[in-house]
Design a protein around this ligand. Sequence first.
Ligand code: PAF
Length: 308
Amino acid sequence: MTVEATSHQSGAEASKARRVRGAKVITTLKEMRLTVERWRRNGKTVALVPTMGALHEGHLSLIREARKSCDRVIVSLFVNPLQFGAGEDFGEYPRDFKRDHRLLTAEKADALFAPAAEELYPEGFDTRVVVGDRLTQTLCGLSRPTHFIGVATVVTKLISLTRPHQVYFGQKDFQQTLVARRLVADLNLGCEVMVLPTVRETDGLAKSTRNVYLSQEERLAAPGIYQALKLAEGMLQVGERNPQDLIEAVRKRLRNETAIEIEYIAAKNAETLEDLNILTGNVLVAVAVRLGRVRLIDNVVVSVPAGS
Ligand code: PAF
C-alpha cells in the first residue's frame, strides 16, 4: 500500500533543519539505526518520546523526565496517517516543524527523528500490528475502529528502529498506553513503557494539540470535562461503588456545558478495560466529548481498595 507523501512533518523543512544549529534532525531509518547503535555500543541508555509534533507542555514534561532517566533522548515527530480514519483531521493536524525544532533544541533532545511517510511506509508496505479487541474495540476504538491499529503499527516501528530502553507516553491517552504496554510485552520489544501524569492548563483542561481548534466559547466550556472527572473521583473517594450512578453524575455535570456533546463516559478496570459491576481496584473514569468539530478525551484513575 502507499501512504500519501503529504503525511510527514514536512520533509523539506526537516532537511533544511539538518543544516541549522540545534537538536540533531534525523530523517532516514539508516541514520537513526546507526546513531542508536553507536550510543548503545558506548554504553548509553536511550529513551524514545513518540509524538506527532505540535509540541506542548505535555510532551515537554515527557522529554524532561526521559532526560532524567536516560543518557540519550530521541523525540520522534511523525503525523502518522495510519491512525487517522476517513474524515478525521489528518490534513489539518497542526504541523510546525520550526517551532518543534526550537523547543527540542531548548530541551536538549539528542535527536529529533522526523522521517517522511515514504521512509517509514515505503511502497509495498503492507503490515499492521493489531492488538486484541478487548483493549482496542472499546472506548475510543468504538468511534475510531482502526485508530489503534495505526498507533500500534507506528509505535512498533518506532521502537524497533530506535531500540529504546524506555518509551514515554502521557496518561491523557490512557487507552493508547495500555495498547503500548500490551504490544511491548507480547512482541518482546524489550523496553520499559513509562506513563506520566496528564499536564493541564490552570483551569484543568488537559493539554492537547487539538485545543488550538477550540473557539472562545468552546474553550470556556472545556474545563467542564475535568470538573466532571474530579466529581467522579470525589464520589469514588467517599464510597460510590455503583458504575451507573457514577456515570450518570458525570453525564449530568457535562450537560451543564451546552457546548459539550458527549461521545462516551465510562468507568472501567484500569488494567483490562473490562466493565465493572462494583467500582473497586484501579478504576479508570474516561470521557470523550465533542466541542464543535473538536474531539477531546480525558480521564482519571482512582485506586479504590477492595471492601472500602
Ligand atoms: O500520542 C500520539 O501523539 C501518537 O498516537 C503517537 C504515540 C505518537 C503515535 O503516532
